[in-house]
Design a binder for this molecule. Structure first.
Ligand SMILES: [Fe+2]
Length: 285
């Protein structure tokens, strides 16, 4: 292979409460390193406000590299419930002309799988839900890839299904993982948690690699702002967590995907230590 494939995996920028120092740094890194693609795994905005999407558009356009963006639970109208029900993706679709939904790199393709839905038959609508049609669409895209091409599946919510249907982080996540394990999937890129991780999830059809990116917002959980630098040499997919503070990757990555993302820190509140014991407040994220 002539050149190693370099991909930047960003997530949870939350324009409206973004960390501008971190974003300036990432923009500079992208200009210098010229990754073949940037994958943003959701929560582009804080409350899906028009001005937040406008700021996101300006930032993405200035990158001048191919970008994919998945929809996160924060990217649907929050205050306007009528719009949320009848046109939940209208504001998000406004930026789709600027980005590419699916990107083909040498030997690897980024394939989206939607996990954010407008409403759910349970109390917490911010959690994930893989609908049958979303999964069907994703699997069809993987099955249509040229022979030998591997897939990186991009989602917002990690495909972790624990607890009951009411408490699961991502309903139908297990079914999705089982199907992905039967296909040439290098890994599942996700956001939502605001802490990075790189884990193998066992399924009945074999393991699936789950790669989470941290946040580039002020809504920190237990690690400072970061993104994932992913390289693919045709055989090995290597993930390195990049943080402004240059915290080593093993110290940045959490050991398990939490059942639910915990409330983030208040803006300005310092990160005392990475990988500290999570707080136990009720989830509102
Ligand atoms: Fe988020």
């Amino acid at each position: 292979m002539a050149r190693e494939t370099l991909l930047f995996h960003l997530s949870d920028i939350h324009f409206g409460l973004e960390d501008n120092r971190a974003l300036d740094w990432v923009q500079q890194e992208i200009a210098e390193r010229r990754p073949q693609a940037v994958a943003i795994t959701g929560d582009l905005t804080m409350r899906a406000r028009h001005r937040e999407f406008a700021a996101a558009c300006r930032w993405i356009q200035a990158l001048e590299v191919p970008v994919t963006v998945e929809i996160g639970n924060h990217d649907m109208p929050y205050f306007n419930l009528i719009e949320r029900f009848f046109a939940p993706y209208r504001r998000f679709h406004a930026i789709e002309g600027l980005v590419e939904r699916e990107i083909d790199l040498p030997g690897v393709a980024i394939v989206p799988l939607k996990t954010a839905v407008r409403a759910q038959p349970r109390l917490n609508w911010s959690k994930g839900w893989v609908s049958r049609s979303a999964l069907r669409k994703c699997l069809a895209a993987i099955d249509a890839l040229p022979p030998g091409t591997r897939a990186l599946v991009a989602v917002h919510h990690p495909l972790r299904e624990v607890g009951t249907r009411g408490t699961a982080l991502t309903v139908n996540g297990r079914r999705a993982l089982d199907e992905l394990a039967r296909r040439p999937v290098l890994g599942v890129l996700s956001g939502r948690v605001h802490d990075p991780f790189d884990l193998l999830e066992e399924t009945s059809a074999g393991p699936v690699r789950m790669i989470g990116a941290g946040t580039l917002s002020q809504r920190l959980r237990s690690t400072p702002p970061s993104f994932n630098e992913i390289t693919w040499d045709g055989e090995t997919l290597a993930v390195r967590v990049r943080s402004l503070d240059e915290v080593p990757t093993p110290d940045m990555q959490i050991d398990d995907v939490p059942e639910d993302a915990l409330p983030p820190r208040e803006p300005g509140e310092p990160v005392a230590a990475v990988n500290q014991v999570p707080r136990t407040d009720p989830p509102v994220h």
